[in-house]
Design a protein around this ligand. Structure first.
Ligand SMILES: Nc1ncnc2c1ncn2[C@@H]1O[C@H](COP(=O)(O)OP(=O)(O)OP(=O)(O)O)[C@@H](O)[C@H]1O
Ligand SMILES: [Mg+2]
Length: 219
């Protein structure tokens, strides 16, 4: 089953076209690497999938056409997405525990249960000792791991992760990759944007590559 379908997809800012007439699909349960050099349009594609940029051509996610989706449907769709932004976008006034609980607040979870789940995933990303710190008190890599904890806590249908392992040391990177693999084994579709494919990687994946404004399905 196609979860994402792009047909003649074009993405542009006022400054110009970034992605031009590209066609690809992502199936439910796929593990996808999206590669391309800096400035090629990886974040732009993720933004379009998240509904921050209106596409031209077709970009369909689940039942929704991202070109015509209403505000209320977009809110609903986003509840099924886990997103790791390149700049993390943690809420500065909230401590790490509350930041990670956010998707569960949105889903209407009871506070005690939300807290318990957040503590569990914070343990998985090795941040149990930082739960009462604020984002500014964490290192870049720790913020990144908190953002990943927030993206997976509500078992979304799809995780969109923008450069989630760049800048992490080998140990933290493998920890984070293991989390994505575990999420994928649970049936969650995972898309990871990065400059290049990680070297040592033991899972079958789909490879989308952006080059000169075109998205290619390499495998
Ligand atoms: N808000 C914006 N307005 C206008 N142009 C933009 C905007 N955001 C990005 N761009 C341009 O779009 C192009 C693609 O940017 P994008 O952030 O998608 O690249 P990227 O592949 O994610 O790069 P990186 O690997 O450095 O994160 C760049 O040339 C950038 O200058
Ligand atoms: Mg980017």
């Amino acid at each position: 089953m196609n979860l994402v379908k792009a047909n003649n997809l074009t993405l542009a800012y006022n400054s110009g076209v970034i992605i031009k007439e590209s066609t690809f699909t992502i199936n439910e349960g796929d593990f996808v690497f999206l590669t391309g050099v800096s400035g090629s349009g990886k974040t732009t594609l993720i933004k379009a999938m998240y509904g921050e940029i209106k596409p031209k051509g077709l970009l369909q996610i689940g039942p929704y056409n991202m070109g015509t989706i209403s505000k209320s449907k977009l809110t609903k769709l986003r509840r099924h997405m886990g997103i790791v932004f390149q700049d993390y976008k943690l809420i500065p006034e909230w401590n790490i525990l509350r930041n990670v609980m956010l998707p569960l607040f949105i889903k209407g979870y009871d506070k005690k249960i939300a807290e318990q789940k957040a503590l569990e995933v914070l343990k998985k990303v090795k941040l149990s000792h930082k739960i009462d710190k604020f984002p500014a008190e964490l290192s870049g890599g720790e913020q990144q791991r908190a953002a990943i904890a927030r993206a997976i806590i509500h078992s979304p249908a799809i995780i969109l992760a923008d450069e989630p392992i760049s800048g992490l040391d080998e140990y933290s990177a493998s920890l984070v990759m293991d989390l994505f693999i575990m999420a994928n084994k649970m049936g969650i579709t995972v898309l990871i944007a990065s400059h290049s494919l990680p070297g040592d990687f033991n899972i079958s994946y789909k490879h989308l590559h952006i080059e000169k404004g075109k998205i290619y399905e390499l495998s």
